[in-house]
Design a binder for this molecule. Structure first.
Ligand code: ATP
Length: 863
C-alpha cells in the first residue's frame, strides 16, 4: 500500500523534520509530545504509525513524517483524565445501535413478518418482567433469612449476657458471608462487582462493556448481593437489581450465543442491537420496580438516570414490564416469609408490599416548606460531600492496589476489605448501644391479646405497636406485664441506638419514619448512627461485592431529617393530631430527609419523589418532598457531578451526555460557534466500491478504525461518498472467498445487486466471532498470501447507504446532537461535492477530547 495515498491532495500537512521542531502553519489540532514520539519510534521501526494525528508517507523506500498541526505540547489539556485513564477510555468500543442499512439488510427486513400489534414484543416484555419479579422474590427472601438468623442468634446470646460470644458470633457470621460475597467477585466474576449501574448506563448510552450481560455474571451478582446485604453490610440491593434486570432483559430477548443453545425463531427479529437496548432498558426499570415495589418510580428512574434513548411506545412497553415484575414479586412475597408459607397468597397487605409503610400520616401546613428547603439544602451539601469522599476512597483504593505488584496480595486485600467493614460494623452494633442508657416505655394490650394501637414513653408520645413486637431490647432486659382491668400493660425499656444499628436496615428505616414518635430518638443516638453510616456507606460502596447504595442513602437522609425534626420539637414542643403544628413530626422529616439525600447524591427529581411515595404510602408530604428534592438537586449541582455520572468518569466509561459540557478556562464553550471540520479526523482512510482484497486486510491490520467510507465515482467521474462499511462487516466479507473476484470488475448495478452472497443474519452473528484473536491471523493470511494477490471484492451489497454525512461547516453542536440522539457511532464529513473530507466518531465528541482539540482554536481565534 502506498501511504502517500492517505493524504488528500487539497489539505495542508506539515513535514516534521525531527522530534520537537516547529513545523509552522496552522492546522486544527494539537498533538501531544507522546503522540509524536510514538509515531517517530514506529517510523524508525519501519511500521506505519497507527495514530491518525501524525502520518507517515512512503515515497519509494523513504518514509517522511507529516503532522496536521504544530502545537506539540499538551498546553491546553485541562481535563483531569490521566493518560492511563484515557487509554482505558479508548479501550472501550462503541455500539452500532442502528443496523447497517445495506442491500442485504433491506433484503432481510422484507422477509420479517411484523404485525401492528407487535404481540411478540409484549410477550417478551411480560416474560422479562415475570423473571425479574421471581429473581427479586428470591433475593428478598434470602436476604431476610440470612439477616434474621444473624440477629436472632446474636440477640439470644446477648440476652444470656454472653457478650463476647454474641459479638464473636455476630462478627464471625458477618465476616464469613462478606468474604464469600467478595470471593465470588474477586475470583470468579469481577464484572459482578459494584452496583453495575455505570456499566449498564454506559451501554445504554452507546458503549460496549464486555462481559456484563452473561448468565455467569447474573448468578455471581445474585449470590454476592444476597450474602453481602444479608450479613448486614451498609449497602442495598437496588443497584444490583438494576444490573440483574438488564442481564435478564438482554438474555431473554437475544436467546442466542453462549446464553443458551435454544434458537426460537419466534423472537428472532429482536436479535439486533436496537431491540436489545430496548429490552435492557425495560429490564433496568423492572429491576428497580421489583426491588422497591415501586413500578412507576422504577420507570421514571430508568428514564431519568439510566436510559439514553426513550420513546412513548417504549415507555408503554416498559410500564407493562414494570407492572408484571412488581406484581410477581408482591404475589410471591405475600405468601412467604423467609421462605415459610404464611398462607396469604395474593393478599396485598400494605404492611407486606409497601416497604416502609407509614400508618399515620400527618397533615401538612404551608410553614412546613421552610424546614423542607433547609433539609433540601443539607441534602445537597451532604450528597456532594458523600460523592466527593466516596470518589476519593475509590481513587485511593485504586492507587493502593495498583502499587502492589503481587496479584495474590491484591486479591486477598480485596477479599478482606468487606470483612473488615463487617468487623467494625458488628463491633459498633454490639458495644456502642452500651454507651446509651435505656428509655422507659409502656405498651397496652387489649383483651384479644392483640397489641393496642400504641405504646408510650415517659414523655407521652405514641409509638407504633410493632415497635414492641419483639420487646426485649439489646442492653435493656425484660420488662414487666400487669393486668389493668381488661388490658394487659407492658412496662419496659428500650435502647435507642440498638433500635437503629442492632437490627436490619429495613426495620431501622421503618422506625425512623414512625409518626407521632417525636422523642423516640434523641440527638446522641441519631448523630452517632449518622456518623457511622455516612462513613461506612462511603467506604462500602466500591468494595468487591455486588452492592448498591440506594437504601443506605435513604437511611442517612432519614437520620438527619429526624435530627432537624427533633430540633423543631425542642423549640416548639410536641404537637399531636389535629393541632395546626402537628406537621412538626420528626418521622415526616425523616422521610423528607431521605428524599433530599437521595436527590443530593443522584440529582434526580421526579423519580425520587415517586419512589418515596410508593415506598411509604404517604402522599400528604408530597409537596415538601418535591421541594426538598429540587433544592437538594440545585445545591448539589453547585458542588459536584451527580454521583452516578461521577462513577462513569471514575470507571472511564465513555458517556455522551444529552447536552455537551465543554469548559475551557472555566468558561462554557458554545459548540455552535465551531463546525464539524474543527473536530473531524482527517485524512480519512476509505475504500473504493470495488476494492483490492489484500489492501482491505492490510488496512484492517494496520489501523484500528471501526468505520470506513466507501467511495464510488459519480456521473461526472468525481470520487464521492457512497456510504460506510464497518470493520466487522469487512471481517465477515474477508472470510467469504466466494464473494471475491479474480481481478477488478465493474461495480454492480444498483438495481440488480447480487443478494445471495452473505446473509444479513450472518453479518450480525459473525460479529461476535470477529472479536476473536483468529481475526489477526485471517487478516495476515489474506494480506500476504499469494492466493489473494489478485482478488477484488465489490462492496455494493454491504455498504450502509444511510450512514450520516454532514458538511464541513455543519455546526458542531448539531453534530453532537445527531450522534447522541440517534445513537450513531460515525459521522462522515463531506464537502459540497460529497467528497469525503473527515470523520467524526462518538468518542471524538467526549468532553475531554473536545477540550483538547478546541482549546488551541480558541487561543488563536477567540470568539
Ligand atoms: P469506537 O472504538 O467506539 O468506534 P473510536 O473513536 O476509538 O471509537 P476509531 O474508529 O478507532 O474509533 O477512531 C479513532 C480515531 O480515528 C477517531 O478520532 C476517528 O475520528 C478517526 N477515524 C475513524 N475512522 C477513520 C478512518 N476511516 N480514517 C481516518 N480516521 C478515522
Amino acid at each position: 500500500m502506498s501511504f502517500s495515498s492517505v493524504l488528500p491532495e487539497d489539505e495542508d500537512f506539515f513535514r516534521v523534520p525531527s522530534y520537537g521542531d516547529d513545523t509552522g502553519g496552522l492546522r486544527r489540532r494539537t498533538y501531544t509530545t507522546s503522540v509524536v514520539r510514538t509515531s517517530i519510534s514506529r517510523l524508525a521501526k519501519q511500521t506505519p504509525p497507527v495514530d491518525d494525528t501524525v502520518f507517515a508517507v512512503k515515497d519509494d523506500e523513504n518514509f517522511s513524517l507529516f503532522a496536521k498541526g504544530r502545537d506539540y505540547e499538551p498546553a491546553y489539556v485541562t481535563h483531569e483524565y490521566t493518560q492511563q485513564e484515557k487509554d482505558t477510555l479508548n479501550a472501550y468500543e462503541s455500539c452500532d445501535y442502528l443496523p447497517s442499512h445495506s442491500h442485504i439488510f433491506k433484503h432481510w427486513i422484507k422477509r420479517q413478518m411484523i404485525s401492528d400489534l407487535e404481540i411478540d414484543r409484549w410477550i417478551m416484555m411480560g416474560l422479562i418482567g415475570f423473571s425479574i419479579g421471581v429473581v427479586s422474590f428470591f433475593l428478598h427472601q434470602l436476604i431476610e433469612r440470612i439477616d434474621h438468623l444473624k440477629w436472632r442468634i446474636t440477640k439470644d446470646l446477648l440476652d444470656k449476657e454472653q457478650l463476647v460470644e454474641g459479638w464473636a458470633y455476630c462478627s464471625g457470621y458477618s465476616m464469613l458471608f462478606s468474604i464469600f460475597s467478595a470471593f465470588i467477585v474477586v475470583f470468579w466474576r469481577p464484572s459482578a462487582g459494584g452496583s453495575g449501574m455505570p456499566e449498564v448506563t454506559g451501554f445504554l448510552n452507546g458503549t460496549r462493556v464486555r462481559g456484563i450481560f452473561s448468565v455467569r455474571t447474573l448468578i455471581a451478582k445474585f449470590l454476592s448481593c444476597v450474602t453481602a446485604i444479608g450479613c448486614g453490610m451498609p449497602i442495598g440491593p437496588e443497584g444490583p437489581m438494576i444490573h440483574m434486570g438488564a442481564i435478564i432483559g438482554a438474555g431473554l430477548s437475544q436467546l442466542s450465543g453462549h446464553l443458551n443453545k435454544v434458537k426460537l425463531t419466534f423472537f428472532e427479529r429482536f436479535r439486533n442491537p436496537e431491540d436489545k437496548r430496548n429490552f435492557i432498558t425495560a429490564g433496568v426499570a423492572a429491576g428497580v420496580s421489583a426491588a422497591f415495589g415501586a413500578p412507576v418510580g422504577g420507570l421514571l428512574f430508568c428514564m431519568e438516570e439510566v436510559s439514553t434513548f426513550w420513546s412513548k411506545t417504549l415507555a408503554w412497553q416498559i410500564f407493562f414490564c414494570c407492572i408484571i415484575a412488581t406484581s410477581t414479586s408482591d404475589i410471591f412475597n405475600s405468601a412467604f416469609e423467609r421462605f415459610e408459607f404464611i398462607g396469604m397468597f395474593g393478599e396485598f397487605r400494605t404492611s407486606r408490599y409497601i416497604l416502609f409503610n407509614v400508618d399515620e400520616a400527618v397533615d401538612i401546613n404551608i410553614l412546613m416548606f421552610i424546614p423542607s428547603v433547609v433539609i433540601g439544602a443539607i441534602g445537597g451539601v451532604l450528597g456532594s460531600l458523600f460523592t466527593i469522599i466516596n470518589l476519593k476512597i475509590h481513587r485511593y483504593r485504586k492507587r493502593l492496589l495498583a502499587s502492589i505488584t503481587s496479584t495474590w496480595l491484591v486479591r486477598i486485600i480485596r477479599l478482606l476489605e468487606p470483612a473488615l467493614i463487617m468487623l467494625i460494623m458488628s463491633t459498633f452494633s454490639v458495644f456502642l448501644p452500651m454507651a446509651f442508657s435505656c428509655v422507659p416505655f409502656t405498651c397496652m394490650k387489649g383483651e384479644s391479646g392483640i397489641l393496642s394501637e400504641y405504646c408510650v414513653n415517659d414523655t407521652l408520645n405514641k409509638y407504633d405497636s410493632h415497635f414492641v413486637e419483639e420487646n426485649i431490647f439489646h442492653t435493656c432486659g425484660v420488662g414487666t406485664y400487669y393486668l389493668d382491668n381488661t388490658t394487659f400493660v407492658y412496662n419496659g425499656t428500650y435502647n435507642e441506638l440498638s433500635l437503629l444499628i442492632f437490627s436490619s436496615k429495613d426495620e431501622a428505616m421503618k422506625t425512623l419514619y414512625l409518626r407521632n414518635s417525636h422523642r423516640m430518638f434523641n440527638y446522641g443516638p441519631l448523630f452517632a448512627t449518622l456518623a457511622i453510616y455516612f462513613i461506612m456507606v462511603c467506604w462500602s460502596a466500591g468494595t468487591s461485592v455486588a452492592a448498591g447504595i440506594l437504601v443506605p442513602m435513604l437511611m442517612i437522609g432519614a437520620l438527619y431529617g429526624r435530627i432537624l425534626g427533633l430540633v423543631l420539637v425542642d423549640i416548639f414542643g410536641v404537637h399531636l393530631d389535629e393541632d395546626y403544628l402537628s406537621w412538626m413530626d420528626p418521622g415526616a422529616f425523616a422521610l423528607i430527609g431521605s428524599a433530599s439525600f437521595f436527590g443530593g447524591v443522584a440529582r434526580l427529581a421526579p423519580a425520587i419523589t415517586v419512589i418515596m411515595m410508593e415506598l411509604t404510602n404517604d402522599l400528604k408530604v408530597l409537596l415538601p418532598v418535591m421541594t426538598a428534592v429540587m433544592v437538594a438537586k440545585w445545591v448539589g449541582n453547585l458542588f459536584t457531578h451527580p454521583y452516578f455520572h461521577a462513577l462513569l468518569e471514575l470507571k472511564c466509561i465513555p458517556f455522551l451526555d444529552q447536552h455537551p459540557h465543554v469548559q475551557i478556562d472555566e468558561t462554557n464553550v458554545k459548540l455552535d460557534l465551531f463546525s464539524a471540520e474543527d473536530i473531524m479526523a482527517f485524512p480519512v482512510l476509505s475504500f473504493d466500491i470495488v476494492e483490492h482484497v489484500p489492501k482491505i486486510a492490510k488496512v484492517l491490520l494496520d489501523y484500528q478504525h471501526n468505520g470506513f467510507p466507501v467511495i464510488r465515482r459519480n456521473k461526472e467521474g468525481r470520487r464521492v461518498c457512497y456510504g460506510l462499511v464497518t470493520r466487522s462487516d469487512l471481517l465477515v466479507i474477508l472470510s467469504h472467498k466466494n464473494v471475491m473476484t479474480d481481478g477488478p470488475v465493474e461495480p454492480m448495478d444498483e438495481n440488480t445487486v447480487d443478494l445471495v452472497s452473505i446473509g444479513f443474519d450472518e453479518m450480525v452473528k459473525t460479529k461476535k466471532d470477529s472479536e476473536e484473536i483468529t481475526v489477526k491471523f485471517l487478516l495476515q493470511f489474506v494480506a500476504e498470501d499469494s492466493e489473494y494477490k489478485n482478488y477484488y471484492v465489490d462492496l455494493t451489497p454491504y455498504v450502509n447507504q444511510s450512514a450520516m454525512t454532514i458538511q464541513t461547516k455543519f455546526s458542531l453542536q448539531r453534530a453532537y446532537t445527531l450522534i447522541s440522539a440517534l445513537g450513531l457511532r460515525h459521522l462522515i464529513v463531506v464537502n459540497h461535492n460529497n467528497e469525503v473530507r473527515g470523520m467524526i466518531t462518538r468518542k471524538d465528541l467526549m468532553g475531554h477530547h473536545m477540550v483538547e482539540v478546541l482549546s488551541p482554536i480558541l487561543q488563536r481565534k477567540p470568539y
